[in-house]
Design a protein around this ligand. Structure first.
Ligand SMILES: [Zn+2]
Length: 251
């Protein structure tokens, strides 16, 4: 973790309103379900923006395209109820299909302008060996949106009466380069209650048990040498570091 005497690391647990931008309905629940519950305990509202319809993520073949997308929304809402998600927004790009960076970025900008969060969480598009283009595109679109949302000639038109405001922090999950670990010991079981609601994604109960074991092991590893047992890690940057800022890598 780097130290910068000029720039302070934003504190997610002091956010007023959080917007999570994910590729698929379960990305945040699986990677940060404990963090979502920690935010809920602090009465910090969390909103979800999901970019794809997730119709390709089913473990079993069959079902009409639209029906699969609807099932995913229903599962997501049930999981989100456990985690205290305040609102759901969907763009419905085709899962594992073709969609453009600029369309995605502008969709994120429009939701940022509407909800006026002070913290944004998304997927780290620079995760080494990450092969899923939905994840890479989502992270890049959200990061660029966090840099450009106040510019009036990007994603025109601005909403009527729009007043510019500051995003304090952008947090990346599934990262090689964390600078923050959130204490999630008390939330681990409830997190997996939520994850289990995404039932269409798991071929059977056994897979879910294995996922819980593995992610709990990862949470234990994240918390090593810290005064708690389980944690979830993030790379958190102030938005100013998202452009022409070599220090961001080690911040
Ligand atoms: Zn995903």
């Amino acid at each position: 973790m780097g130290f910068n005497p000029f720039i302070k690391k934003p504190d997610l647990m002091k956010a007023r309103r959080v917007l999570c931008v994910q590729a698929h309905p379960d990305d945040m629940d699986i990677s940060l379900g404990g963090t979502m519950l920690a935010l809920k305990d602090r009465d910090i509202p969390v909103h979800y923006l999901t970019l794809t319809d997730d119709a390709a993520g089913f473990s079993k073949a069959g079902g009409k395209y639209r029906e699969r997308a609807d099932i995913r929304k229903q599962e997501q809402k049930e999981a989100g109820e456990i985690l205290g998600v305040a609102s759901f927004h969907w763009v419905d790009f085709p899962d594992a299909g073709e969609w453009s960076h600029h369309e995605a970025r502008d969709a994120v900008i429009r939701v940022i302008r509407e909800l006026r969060p002070d913290f944004l969480i998304t997927l780290d598009p620079f995760l080494a060996y990450e092969a899923h283009m939905d994840h890479i595109r989502t992270g890049r679109a959200a990061a660029e949106a966090a840099m450009l949302y106040n510019f009036p000639h990007v994603a025109e038109p601005l909403p009527e009466g729009y007043e510019s405001f500051e995003l304090e922090g952008v947090a990346f999950t599934w990262t090689n380069n964390p600078n923050t670990v959130i204490r999630t010991t008390a939330y681990n079981n409830r997190k997996f209650e939520a994850v289990s609601r995404h039932a269409s994604q798991f071929p059977g109960e056994k897979d879910l048990v294995l996922l819980k074991k593995y992610l709990t092991y990862r949470a234990w590893r994240e918390a090593l040498w810290r005064p708690f047992l389980l944690g979830e890690s993030l790379k958190i940057l102030p938005p100013v570091m998202l452009h022409c800022f070599p220090e961001a890598l080690n911040f």
